[in-house]
Ligand binder design. Structure first.
Ligand SMILES: O=P(O)(O)O[C@H]1O[C@H](CO)[C@@H](O)[C@H]1O
Ligand SMILES: O=c1cc[nH]c(=O)[nH]1
Length: 291
């Protein structure tokens, strides 16, 4: 069979040989990758590294590579939103699995380990501020995965049907997809100091997560229906904006991925913690020890 060759307009390589948005070179890529939303959080994560070998910044994508307790690792910021995850996963996968000289897909597949450490809003009253919640399952409200072949093969279609029927899903919105995190990675990172939950990736922070400021919502009762929904007895636990496309694309591309988020707001109790940074820092230290 002919090898797949990827065209110049499809995978854009910068004049310095780096990939278009991330500005990383193939030789800079590490197998262990911590993903965070905030470019500033990359400095905090890297402050725990024993060595720093490179630093690259381009738009919201800030990367520092180095070692942690002797293991090569890099931390990269993806910015806010599921659309950015489409860029980050495709470019990381290209760095790993495409030859930048010939543009051919490599015969030998390289598997990356991707752990996103984020912040999140709880949808169950018992999830107190500061709790780390692993997205054991993710529900994508964003639609990114729906653009890729094989979407149904990596998704839980029964969960999707039950969820859409229970919450009376508005057909004008993207069709939700439900994906599981890498079980082996969750076993490695998750202990009894983390809750295993089901996380929604929303396509925005305000209306798409049911927050009403000046504009009224199209479906004002959606969050309370989601809070009441159970799948095999288990609730939907929290909202953030990236875990589902990360998980879905990693499953399609053959990478190990998971997300763990610190709860910084509880949407049911209407509490919030603007001073959440200590809890996130503690979570970063824990993940670095276990990755
Ligand atoms: O703290 P991060 O990683 O950015 O995660 C969450 O915070 C942002 C919204 O405030 C979204 O990116 C959401 O997923
Ligand atoms: O409520 C929240 C808090 C953090 N991040 C989100 O996306 N939602």
């Amino acid at each position: 069979m002919d090898k797949k060759v990827i065209g110049s307009s499809e995978m854009i390589i910068n004049p310095d040989g780096s990939i278009f948005h991330l500005h990383l070179l193939p030789e800079q890529l590490c197998d262990r990758i911590i993903l965070v939303g905030d470019p500033g959080r990359v400095d905090m994560v890297a402050s725990f590294f024993d060595t720093k070998t490179f630093e690259v910044s381009s738009r919201e994508f800030h990367t520092i590579g180095g070692t942690y307790k002797g293991k090569p690792i890099m931390c990269l910021s993806h910015g806010i939103g599921p659309d950015n995850i489409d860029i980050v996963l495709n470019e990381l996968d290209a760095l790993a699995n495409v030859d930048f000289n010939t543009r051919e897909v490599k015969e030998q597949h390289r598997t990356l380990t991707l752990v996103r450490i984020g912040t999140s809003g709880a949808l169950q009253p018992e999830l107190i501020l500061g709790t780390p919640v692993i997205a054991e399952r993710s529900i994508g409200f964003d639609g990114v995965l729906n653009y890729y072949a094989g979407r149904n093969e990596v998704s839980d279609l029964d969960f999707e049907r039950e969820f859409c029927s229970f919450v009376d899903w508005n057909p004008q919105l993207a069709s939700p997809y439900v994906v599981k995190s890498c079980h082996e990675l969750v076993e490695q990172i998750g202990r009894d100091d983390m809750v295993r939950g089901c996380t929604i990736s929303a396509v925005g922070f305000y209306g798409p997560q049911g927050r009403e400021l000046r504009l009224p919502l199209a479906s004002p009762g959606l969050n309370s229906r989601i809070e009441q929904f159970r799948y095999h007895g288990r609730p939907v636990t929290n909202y953030e904006m990236e875990s589902a496309p990360l998980q879905g694309l990693a499953l399609l591309m053959g990478h190990r991925a998971m997300t763990v988020c610190s709860i910084i707001a509880n949407r049911v109790n209407t509490t919030a913690s603007p001073n959440y940074k200590t809890a996130v820092k503690d979570l970063v230290k824990t993940v670095l020890e276990r990755i």
